[in-house]
Design a binder for this molecule. Sequence first.
Ligand SMILES: [Zn+2]
Length: 265
Amino acid sequence: MRVAQLGSGTPEIAVVAGVHGDEPCGVRAVERLLDERPTVERPVKLIVANEEALERRVRFVDEDLNRAFPGDPDAKTHEGRLAHRLVEELDGCLTFSMHSTQSHGEPFAIVNGVSETAKAVVPQLPVTAMVETSNFAEGRLFSEIDTIEVECGLQGSETAAQNADRLTRAFLTAVDALPGDTIRSDLPVYRLTDVIRKQDADTYEVFVDNFAEVEAGDPFAAADGDTQVADEPFYPILMSPNGYRDVFGYAAEKLDVLTAPPAAD
Ligand SMILES: [Zn+2]
């Protein structure tokens, strides 16, 4: 784990990259901040979490770090021990953690409950949606630390790295660590309700777009040609044919749209 800091004093804000070793976008954003060393108005902790997995270009060494929290100093797995150290480093910090996906190119935010902090900060980020995943928080970083996660785009893409950079700067501006103004936009809010499992098969297909409502009776995915049909309407999120080993993705409901205040003349 690499730990660095911008500014002096005890940070209450942190930026975390590389929770997953096959998602390099956030690492680029952190390295750029370390190269440029912008003058900050509040100290910021910068962390590259799973360096071992990043070096090997794998999601994890022993187990998924974002399912291993709170971790344990004597855990048998690399990620179990790392989770514990990361929680110690991030104690007391509002944390911004960057990820990327195989399912969706547009950045969106993931939060553990629609808190006042989430409502204040997330509409200032260049994201198209906020997804509330408290039904599936177990083992994740934000079960221990106040965290806003962002999905920056498609894993390994140049666009995801550029998005990570823009998202980080917007976050640091929103929390008054960097000077300047952010742009607020209307933001739909979704809550994950169900896991969409997939059976063991050779080929997988997904017929629907993430964040576009699926109607009852619509076919939405297939495993070896065996089609799954929606019983009820839902919004697909993090859905992809091959992103995860045993699930297609998640079903969500739409909760709300946070509206931007009208611009002053
Ligand atoms: Zn990830």
